[in-house]
Each structure stands twice: as C-alpha cells, then as structure tokens.
Design a protein around this ligand. Structure first.
Ligand code: SF4
Length: 335
C-alpha cells in the first residue's frame, strides 16, 4: 500500500516508542549514576502517555508508512503491565513489533510478552564477566540473570534474539572475543555498538571509541568473517557472517561510518514528544494536541509535516563541538 511519505528520500518506516524514562540499571554510557541519582526527577504518571494514547498514535504512524515499532525506555519492562500495550499494538495489521531490554526482567516476562504478540527482543549485554558487567551497568546481580532472560526469550519464540554490546575503550573491549565465542552457533545475533556521544552527560570522548573496523578485525583473526547484505534498506547494523557457518554478527558504526543517508527512524518519547534523530536537541509536542481534542487527520498532518521537514544527519556532521550540544538523553528516548 503506497503512503504519502513514500516519495521522500528517507520514507518513515521505523517508530521507536519510549514507554518509560525509568530504568533499574545505570549504564555508564546512557544513564550515569552521578546524574541519574536517587534525587533525579523522573516524569510523573500524569505526564506520560497512556497505552490507549500510544496505540492511537501508532495507528496514525502505521497509516504514514511505519512497518516496525520498537518499544524502548529507560527499561520498558519496568513499565507496569507493558504486555497490555503490546496486545493493543499487535492488533494493528502489518506491524513488526519488537522491544529492547536490559534483560534483567526477561526471564519472568518473556512468555507473557510473546503471548501478547511481541515478535522479537533485543537484549543489551556489555560483558560476560560479572565485575565488568556490574561496573558498566551499576547493578548488583550476575550476568547469569540476563543470560537466563535470553534463554527464556528464545524458548518463548522471540527469535532471533539480538544481543547489543556497547564497546567502550578501557572498560570492556577485552570482552569482545569472549562475547563472540559465547553467542557463535546459538542463532542469536550479537551486535557490537560503537560508543556514542548520546545525550550530554556520559562524558563522551573519541578516544574511548573502539571502531567497527577494530572490532571486526579482532574477531576475524580468530573466526574469519565475510560481509553479508543488509536485510532491508536502512538497516542500522552492518552484517558480517562467520565463514564457517557459525552464524552472524552485526556492527553499528554510528561514529566512524555514518548511516544517516538511509535513516527511516522516528522516536516518540514517554510524554509524547516526537524526535527525528537520536541526537536531537529539541522535539515536537504531540501530547497537547492529542489531549486537546485534535482528530486523527490533524495529528497525521502534524507528524507528516515534521517528517517532511526533517534534515537530520547528525552522525555525518559529528565534531567535538556537536558532542557538547544539549542533546536529549538516550535513557529518555531509547536507542
Ligand atoms: S544520527 Fe540521527 S539521522 Fe543519523 S542515523 Fe542516527 S538517528 Fe538517523
């Protein structure tokens, strides 16, 4: 079915919805505990979009060409009864519904999420060694809890499970090969993410970036790799296949190999703001018209107007100056 925005160089295909700004982790690259401490002011319940509001907006986005919805956060599984939202969203025809989680609650929730209509999950895991894992995420439980969540997701049919590892020099680059060995031949897809200057609180420096090229070379020395074609236009991760049939990995090279040219992603924040880039400094409020009586046509025109006017290409223009901009936090808008 043709959509009005399909004529654009970058059609609207991928909606990321942050269902909460809260999280039970404090990842150094996303939600440093120095900033997100016990006195941090999170959004009030009355401020955040209700499931019915999210579902109404999702239908409008679907009508504009969105094919995939990814639920994010903070940590989406800390939002109470999130499976009810998933059930509402999975009733929208033609939607690929997925979710990104830190995996800590997945063992308990996987079957319920799959039962509600979730198709797949992406689990963030930055190390296999407990000390590094706890240091990077500021948690007091072992990696085994997240690995059990991954197993439960696979058992519930939420496959292939994608495992995202953010690599930060001086913290976990020594875990690249142990992670590759752990997930090779499992059917899960391990993706390595270059450490990014998301938000404005993680103290990002280019020196702390381990490049995609370094990562692929490090793995290729032990397990020869060959490039694989993207699954679809605008796919974020570059795919690499193990030559011996051991499956594939992905690398997300936002810092060293920008992919803004094919970016078809838009983000909806927990309280209903629209962001056209992960590195945005400002958004467009949809909650006021949504709660102010606007009809679907008016909301659709607003979204179409925002998307049509979009000129984001942050990763192509990244510099030491842009790194210091007051960009929105990833813990607020999701990856
Ligand atoms: S930097 Fe912004 S425009 Fe570029 S790929 Fe990321 S989200 Fe898209």
């Amino acid at each position: 079915m043709k959509h009005t925005l399909d004529r654009l160089r970058r059609p609207l295909r991928d909606l990321r919805i942050s269902v909460t700004d809260r999280c039970n982790f404090r990842c150094v690259y996303c939600m440093p505990k120095q900033v997100f401490g016990s006195d941090y002011q999170f959004l009030e319940r009355s401020e955040i979009l209700q499931f019915e509001e999210i579902t109404r907006l999702a239908r409008i986005f679907r009508g504009l060409g969105v094919e995939k919805i990814r639920l994010t956060g903070g940590e989406p599984l800390v939002r109470r009864n999130v499976e009810q939202l998933i059930a509402q969203l999975s009733a929208i025809p033609g939607l690929d519904l997925t979710l990104t989680t830190n995996g800590s609650l997945l063992e308990r929730k996987a079957a319920v999420l799959a039962g509600a209509g979730l198709k797949r999950v992406t689990v963030s895991l930055d190390a296999l060694e407990d000390a590094t894992f706890k240091r990077m995420n500021d948690v007091d439980f072992p990696v085994a809890k997240v690995l059990a969540g991954i197993d439960a997701a696979a058992a519930a049919g939420l496959v292939p499970v994608k495992v995202n590892m953010v690599v930060k020099r001086g913290m976990n680059e020594k875990d690249i090969l142990p992670m590759a060995r752990r997930f090779r031949g499992t059917g899960h897809i391990l993706r390595f993410i270059e450490y990014m200057d998301v938000g404005h609180t993680n103290g990002w420096r280019m020196d702390d970036v381990v490049t995609a090229r370094d990562i692929v070379e490090a793995i290729g020395r032990e397990f020869p790799l060959e490039p694989a074609d993207p699954n679809y236009a605008g796919e974020v991760a570059q795919r690499w296949r193990y030559r011996d049939g051991g499956g594939e990995i992905g690398v997300i090279a936002s810092v060293t190999q920008a992919f803004c040219r094919d970016c078809t992603r838009i983000r909806l924040s927990t309280e209903g703001k629209l962001y056209t880039c992960l590195f945005a400094t400002a958004g467009h409020d949809l909650r006021a018209p949504l709660r102010g009586g606007a009809d679907d046509a008016a909301l659709r025109d607003t979204v179409a107007g925002v998307w049509t006017a979009r000129a984001d290409r942050y990763s192509e223009i990244r510099s030491s100056h842009t790194a210091r901009l007051e960009k929105i936090e990833m813990s607020y808008i999701g990856g």
